[in-house]
Ligand binder design. Structure first.
Ligand SMILES: Nc1ncnc2c1ncn2[C@@H]1O[C@H](COP(=O)(O)OP(=O)(O)OP(=O)(O)O)[C@@H](O)[C@H]1O
Ligand SMILES: [Mg+2]
Length: 524
């Protein structure tokens, strides 16, 4: 579809100037098509992929139709979440920054109602909000929609879904019949499209989707992961890809809290976002994420739709989403405005069937990828460090340090020895590698052999040992690898990151009433 320059769209000079400030060079396809159509007064169903500028596509018409001489609400935009209402209102404020008399007001739950009442009394031309709080104001008589000329649903398919439909109908009843209605989303399932027509007059269906429903700049992979290994796999992928910002989606609030706790325990800078949190907390975590003070946001689907944060370069589906549409919206938090992104989905057991449905729905291929080993993690850590080293060599003055190194080298070591030892020190700063000697770890599998002395003639089976360890250590049972019993001792193989914990807890322990001795075995 054709892209136009904003100058060709008949926009007011104030809006054009604001767009120039935003640095947009040309209108995206959905903007090129939807803005002129909306300005002609037509109803629109607009469907375009995630991150392709739908907000500006409805935001500009919503602003341009306002008569600032009339101190009444003339455009209303409904969004499914508070975070999205805030974001859309920020974007509209940027677009209208040169229209001094224009008032834009976000109205959402969790914010002081008194303050909103005061602001509404002062007058607003455009309100952007979540349905619940808007209905609250309608019922209190603090919000009147009699002069609304443009009614917009962002994430329209979600808004016309079961959860919101009654609220939407209630709000619609309070608006004039002859208004203009615009619906936008990246997904528009058939039944919702049929339903939408009930509310629209002779709408133009503007669909800018290609063969696939997801954008081609997002690489999509899935991993077959057992439930209990998900955190470990997530950590490895975070270490390897080292994203600027990452979003991790879980299916429940409880899961979100668990994942955040585990990530924080492993030293990651993660925060939670879900609907059970108080609004100030939600605002705080969003702000921290937008400013990079936390770099991993673990969220339920409250963050799946519409949220636009620059630099999110990886999205994880810690759980496969229940709805196919949600997959599209979740992964669409990366790869925005033509940028590049990655989406990783963890699939355990039967979830593979859901993944198949998702691929059919989105018409994309999600590729199976192998779980990286700890050896891979170490390699990529090393290469990150080496990149940094190269930068420092090129940019910094290292004379002081060169003097120190020279003194060592003159004695008995080569500079290669010194560099290798320093690299080892840096890599081992990671808790997971501490104390576990390289030559005792099988880096191919990421396993460590534990030597267990069970004493002679004690009838202790491999099952007893595994059982005893699994009893004491929250070690995923089937993460225990090979186990061999020899004469009076045995080896168990456990993942390196659990080895320390197993050692710690099994020290001075007994199996079947017999004292056992456990230590890290020499390399095989
Ligand atoms: N014409 C343009 N040129 C360059 N960037 C743009 C343009 N229009 C919008 N953008 C930027 O693209 C990003 C994505 O826009 P937006 O959030 O509106 O996407 P969307 O289509 O609503 O996606 P979603 O379906 O996820 O809600 C924003 O950061 C926005 O500022
Ligand atoms: Mg959007």
């Amino acid at each position: 579809m054709e892209k136009l320059s904003f100058k060709e769209l008949n926009l007011s000079k104030e809006i054009l100037k604001a767009i120039e400030d935003l640095g947009f060079e040309e209108a995206t396809p959905i903007q090129s098509k939807a803005i002129p159509t909306a300005l002609q007064g037509k109803d629109i169903i607009g469907q375009a992929q995630t991150g392709t500028g739908k907000t500006v596509a409805f935001g500009i018409p919503a602003i341009q139709i306002i008569d600032t001489n009339v101190n009444k609400i003339q455009s209303i935009i409904l969004c499914p979440t508070r975070e999205l209402a805030i974001q859309v209102s920020e974007e509209l404020k940027k677009l209208s920054k040169y229209i001094k008399q224009l008032n834009i007001l976000p109205i959402y739950g969790g914010q002081s109602i008194e303050r909103q009442i005061k602001a509404l009394k002062n007058g607003a031309h455009i309100i952007i909000g979540t349905p619940g709080r808007i209905i609250d104001h309608i019922n209190r008589g603090t919000l009147k929609l009699d002069d609304v000329r443009m009614f917009i649903l962002d994430e329209a398919d979600e808004m016309l879904n079961m959860g919101f439909i009654e609220d939407i109908e209630y709000i619609l009843q309070k608006t004039p019949k002859d208004k203009q209605t615009l619906l936008f989303s990246a997904t528009m399932p058939g039944p919702i499209l049929d339903l939408a027509k009930k509310y629209l007059k002779n709408p133009e269906y503007i669909k800018v989707v290609h063969k696939e429903l997801t954008v081609p700049t997002i690489e999509q992979y899935y991993f077959e992961v057992k439930e209990k290994d998900k955190i470990e796999v997530l950590s490895r992928l975070l270490d390897i890809y080292n994203p600027n910002l990452a979003l991790v989606f879980c299916n429940t609030k409880k899961r979100v809290d668990e994942v955040v706790t585990s990530l924080q325990a492993r030293g990651y800078n993660a925060g939670a976002l879900h609907g059970d949190m108080k609004q100030p907390q939600r605002d705080k975590v969003m702000l921290k994420f937008r400013t990079g003070q936390i770099d991993i946001l673990v969220a339920t689907d409250v963050a799946a739709r519409g949220i636009d944060v620059e630099n999110v370069d990886v999205v994880f589906n810690f759980d496969v989403p229940q709805d196919e549409e949600y997959y599209v919206h979740r992964i669409g938090r990366t790869g925005r405005a033509g940028r590049y992104g990655r989406a990783f989905t963890f699939v355990s057991g039967k979830e593979i069937y859901k993944l198949r449905d998702i691929q059919k729905y989105t018409k994309t291929k999600i590729k199976l990828e192998k779980i990286p080993t700890l050896h891979d993690v170490e390699e990529s850590k090393a290469s990150l460090i080496i990149d940094k080293v190269k930068r420092i060599i090129n940019e910094d003055n290292l004379e002081r340090y060169i003097d120190i190194i020279e003194r060592i080298i003159n004695e008995e070591y080569t500079s290669l020895d010194v560099a290798a030892a320093l690299l080892k020190i840096i890599i081992n700063q990671d808790k997971r590698f501490e104390d576990i000697d390289d030559n005792k770890v099988d880096f191919e599998s990421g396993m460590v052999r534990l030597f267990i002395n069970v004493g002679r003639n004690h009838k202790i089976s491999p099952k007893d040992i595994v059982g005893a360890i699994a009893d004491k250590v929250k070690l995923p049972g089937d993460l225990i690898g090979r186990i061999d019993i020899y004469d009076k001792f045995s080896f168990v193989e456990v993942p390196v990151e659990y080895a320390k914990e197993v050692l710690e807890i099994m020290k001075d322990n007994t199996i079947k009433g017999k004292r056992i001795n456990i230590e890290i075995a020499k390399s095989k």
